[in-house]
Ligand binder design. Structure first.
Ligand code: B16
Ligand code: MG
Length: 217
């Protein structure tokens, strides 16, 4: 039976995906090209350095590592500027209700984010003490679609992968959960999140009972 729920951060708990997109777009524009929202899907759940590599390849640019470090830190500064203005009001609709159901059901929770800024974001939105385990970009060596971020979460909670449900909005994150041997709830569109076991537009339209019924079936 399912014992734990593992949550992605960006796009599941808060909509920082929009901030990442704005900051990357600004960087691309300064480098003389543009990125679209559709292209941005490829960056979701992917680490900062890998995202930059994907963007530079898209713009047909090859740059020395030194310069790449500088660009990545420039992007992060713009991103942090947006994050610093976040409050609990930025928590996505349905998250609070869903978490109270999670607690009532006696399930354990972990955060599974490849973002190095995850602890800061949790603090901004007042959710630092909500998760039983927090796995973020500072604790892992491989980003999504590698399952590391979720298998580490399961290990820290002392549950088996088959006892976990992953909640993800990104193609790479859904793949990570599946490769980790977990039941994956995709939050977004079924045409994009084709590998997910169950897809809903957001946590707002899901109940814990409904998820448990499907994951335990
Ligand atoms: P940072 P998640 C991911 O977070 C984002 O989806 C992805 O767009 C971002 O590049 C990555 O974190 C790294 O973030 O630059 O803050 O370390 O979806 O795994 O919560
Ligand atoms: Mg995400």
């Amino acid at each position: 039976p399912i014992k734990a729920f593992l949550f992605d951060l960006d796009g599941v708990i808060v909509d920082t995906a929009v901030y990442h997109y704005q900051a990357w777009k600004r960087l691309a524009n300064e480098l003389g090209f543009d990125i679209s929202e559709e292209f941005n899907e490829r960056l979701k759940g992917v680490s900062r350095t890998e995202s930059l590599d994907i963007i530079l390849a898209h713009g047909g640019l090859t740059l020395p590592d030194e310069e790449k470090l500088e660009l990545a830190s420039q992007k992060n500064n713009w991103y942090l500027d947006l994050v610093s203005r976040m409050t609990a009001e930025d928590i996505l609709p349905g998250v609070a209700t869903f978490f109270s159901q999670v607690r009532k059901a006696g399930l354990q929770t972990a955060l599974g984010s490849v973002s190095k800024n995850a602890p800061l974001i949790l603090e901004r939105i007042g959710m630092s003490a909500v998760f039983d385990a927090v796995i973020d970009g500072n604790k892992i060596s491989k980003g999504k679609p590698d399952p590391e971020v979720f298998t580490k979460g399961a290990a820290e909670l002392e549950v088996r992968p088959a006892e976990c449900v992953v909640f993800e909005d990104a193609v790479a994150g859904v793949e990570a959960g599946k490769r980790g041997g977990m039941f994956v709830v995709g939050l977004g569109s079924p045409e994009v999140l084709t590998q997910a076991d169950l897809v809903a537009p957001s946590l707002d339209v899901l109940t814990v009972d409904e998820v448990l019924a499907k994951a335990n079936a």
